[in-house]
Design a protein around this ligand. Structure first.
Ligand SMILES: [Zn+2]
Length: 450
């Protein structure tokens, strides 16, 4: 089966390629970029469109199961915004055991290819560390290490931490789990221990971890960690760690509001005070007060009665988020997190929004911007056949109208489908066309290959 994507503007940062040409695909793989009108079984007209590698989302949160079936909710939004490979299990959190989750994707497919980090928080709780504020004993760490190792052996991409969410986390837990990742080059990601004024020490802790274990580290959603006036200094710190030999990179989503549950430590009174903001900065996305801004009364009631309700916190500055997204050590990650159709619009809009508001406006160069969405994340994850259009790579491709692509998802309606994406191909097959899912089962489980 040969497919020819004809007449598009092919942009592939991995090959420093930007030219009008045809893209030939055969049996799920890229054959070549060519000026020839090669005969094919299927021709997709890409005239007037941009053709890039499918987007790689290095930071999202996987869909839950319901009655034994995977709810393809976030994964559908991911596909419709051009993401072909998504990595869940971030911030220390897994929906459930990542091992059977990947097996399920093998058996049933998914809207996108999906890889998972094994989350420290999930492992900790599964091994009996149920109190997030309390330290765990040495025997528990032994069990955690064994469980995390098995998850990595079964294909997880690395270990994620959500230290902010689990203040009881000891350095010992972090080094033991990170040391498992170092020999194979797997990534260690973290929603670091603190934000705002305490973010500098929290990112340094990750540098300490890298230096102690030799692991490669990723600072998760740096915009929501140091986006309150700290970004300039914070990025200088990251540059310093990099210059000093640490393999460090960050991800960021293109919004000035974050999203987490109302019961998270983010909203513990002493932490919330750090933002120096009013309760009205918090929008309730789910539950009894969905759609309302918090008051002291709503905040207290929610924290006591419905800690899992999702919130959006309008707290970061645009200047800092822009500064992060323009920086060469930062890639795009959606941090997509939603409950059904409720939550933060980033799960449905982050990638088109980045093109519309950063690349098209010239804040970030075209080649650099597309690299942040494709090959740079793929290299970070050590997925050589993803995020590029080189011969032999997986034929995951997005075809979009560069002049008109835009996100439409809002805080009121966070699942709205972006405009301007004509086709999304997975393994050479059409997965989405003109904003509709055509095939929700082309995605495969992505396992780390040593
Ligand atoms: Zn996080």
């Amino acid at each position: 089966m040969k497919t020819l994507i004809r007449g598009g503007r092919i942009v592939d940062p991995a090959q420093d390629l930007d030219k009008k040409a045809n893209l030939l695909i055969e049996d799920g793989k890229i054959v070549c970029v060519t000026g020839e009108d090669v005969p094919a079984d299927r021709v997709i007209d890409a005239a007037g469109k941009m053709v890039t590698p499918g987007f790689i989302d290095i930071h999202m949160h996987e869909d839950p199961f319901e009655d034994g079936e995977l709810r393809q909710d976030i994964s559908k939004s991911m596909l419709l915004m051009g993401v072909t490979t998504a990595i869940g299990g971030n911030c220390g959190e897994n929906y459930g055991d990542p091992r059977p989750y990947l097996d399920y994707i093998d058996a049933h497919g998914n809207c996108t290819n999906l890889g998972l980090f094994v989350g420290h928080g999930w492992v900790r709780e599964a091994c009996g560390g149920t109190d997030k504020y309390a330290q765990v004993d040495d025997e528990t760490i032994d069990r955690m290490e064994a469980m995390a190792k098995d998850c990595l052996d079964k294909g997880c991409m690395g270990v994620s931490f959500g230290v902010k969410y689990i203040p009881g986390t000891r350095m010992e837990e972090m080094t033991r789990l990170s040391a498992l990742c170092a020999p194979s080059g797997r990534l260690v990601t973290s929603h670091v221990r603190n934000d705002v004024s305490r973010v500098f020490a929290a990112v340094k802790e990750m540098d300490d971890l890298a230096k102690a274990t030799g692991c490669r580290v990723q600072i998760s959603h740096i915009g929501s960690m140091g986006g309150y006036g700290q970004m300039k200094q914070l990025l200088q710190d990251v540059e310093g760690y990099k210059a000093d030999g640490t393999d460090i990179l960050c991800d960021c989503y293109p919004y000035t509001a974050f999203s987490t549950t109302i019961g998270a430590t983010t909203y513990d009174p002493e932490n919330f005070a750090e933002y120096d903001a009013d309760y009205s900065a918090i929008l309730m996305s789910t539950g009894k007060y969905a759609g309302q801004r918090c008051t002291k009364e709503i905040y207290d009631w929610e924290r006591a009665n419905a800690p899992d309700d999702i919130t959006v916190g309008f707290l970061m500055t645009e200047e800092d988020v822009d500064r992060a997204l323009r920086h060469p050590l930062v890639v795009l990650g959606s941090d997509g997190l939603r409950n059904g159709a409720q939550g933060h619009p980033r799960a449905a809009g982050a990638f088109p929004r980045f093109i519309a508001e950063y690349i098209r406006t010239g804040k970030v160069g075209l080649m650099e911007g597309i690299a942040k969405m494709t090959c740079r994340s793929a290299e970070r994850l050590r997925l050589p056949k993803k995020g590029n259009l080189k011969p032999g790579s997986d034929a995951d491709v997005v075809i979009f109208d560069y002049e008109h692509i835009r996100d439409t998802a809002t805080f009121e309606e966070p699942a709205l489908v972006p405009e301007g994406i004509a086709y999304v191909l997975l393994g050479g097959e059409i997965a989405a066309k003109d904003g509709e899912v055509v095939n929700a089962h082309l995605g495969k489980a992505v396992r780390y290959e040593e």
